[in-house]
Design a protein around this ligand. Structure first.
Ligand SMILES: Nc1ncnc2c1ncn2[C@@H]1O[C@H](COP(=O)(O)OP(=O)(O)OP(=O)(O)O)[C@@H](O)[C@H]1O
Ligand SMILES: [Mg+2]
Length: 246
């Protein structure tokens, strides 16, 4: 079983879109997947049409419910643990709790799926730390432009500091960066890719920009389901194959 945090410091860079697409791509490869919505915006809950009627990740964190109680089965081998606004209330309560970095690790202890994908909220707050500490791997989507790449550096430093903190026992392997809304014809984007390479940061994938992606979430579908033969869908399938090969 592998747990992967999809995270970034900046908002709106394609974390949720990538989490959704990779969940479907891994499922297509015959893998069982649990997607954890770890963002009070509840974006992947909405995009997958997961129900919050039986509770959310907030209730699992404060031990009122189990994961089994709150998860929605989206299709065979694909489950979503939903989130809503209440997660921000729980985050506030967590700040003063003992073992505050391990609440998600504890919540995921008995999960039996092949993969757990954690769709993190933007930023480096306590929830993201929980997401990272619970994970063996991290994937960092970013837009291929200057200010976003700056944010990326602080994420990598943050992960290094978690890994080197003896008390936390974190061991997070950064699988790489996914460049989103990438246009290979733009010098700005080519330079961004070259900059990452020159700094030894691995580029796991390059996802083009398409209105088909924005459409798909509104339909309750990932891009792989909405446009199965689109190059973006194939790029996410390629990334899923890289993940499975690890
Ligand atoms: N490849 C793409 N082409 C076009 N639009 C995209 C692409 N990827 C994501 N988007 C759009 O960009 C917006 C932000 O994407 P998404 O919600 O996945 O980002 P996020 O990093 O999860 O955001 P947040 O930080 O708020 O959680 C959405 O409207 C989404 O549809
Ligand atoms: Mg998101």
């Amino acid at each position: 079983m592998s747990t992967i945090a999809i995270m970034s410091r900046k908002g709106g860079v394609g974390k949720t879109t990538s989490t959704h697409a990779l969940a479907i791509a891994l499922n297509e490869l015959g893998k069982t997947v649990l997607v954890v919505d770890f963002d009070s915006q509840g974006s992947i809950t909405a995009a997958t049409r997961a129900s919050t009627d039986n509770g959310t990740i907030a209730h699992v964190l404060d031990k009122q419910k189990t994961l089994d109680d709150v998860c929605t089965k989206i299709k065979d081998g694909l489950f979503v643990c939903p989130a809503d606004d209440e997660l921000s209330t729980v985050e506030t309560a967590l700040v003063s709790a003992t073992g505050r970095e391990y609440f998600l690790t504890d919540a995921l202890e008995d999960v039996k799926t092949d993969y757990i994908l954690i769709d993190c909220a933007p930023g480096l707050g306590l929830l993201s730390v929980n997401g990272l500490v619970a994970s063996q791997y991290a994937i960092i989507p970013t837009l291929p432009q200057f200010l976003d790449l700056r944010g990326l550096k602080s994420v990598l430093e943050n992960i290094e500091s978690l890994n080197s903190n003896k008390r936390l026992q974190a061991n997070i392997d950064v699988l790489g960066v996914v460049l989103t809304q990438f246009d290979g014809r733009l010098n700005l984007h080519k330079e961004a890719e070259a900059l990452l390479e020159s700094e030894g940061i691995s580029v796991l994938g390059k996802v083009a920009k398409s209105v088909r992606v924005a459409e798909s979430a509104g339909l309750g579908l990932s891009i792989l389901e909405h446009a199965p033969n689109h190059p973006i869908s194939n790029e996410y399938r390629r990334i899923a194959n890289v993940i499975v090969g690890r």
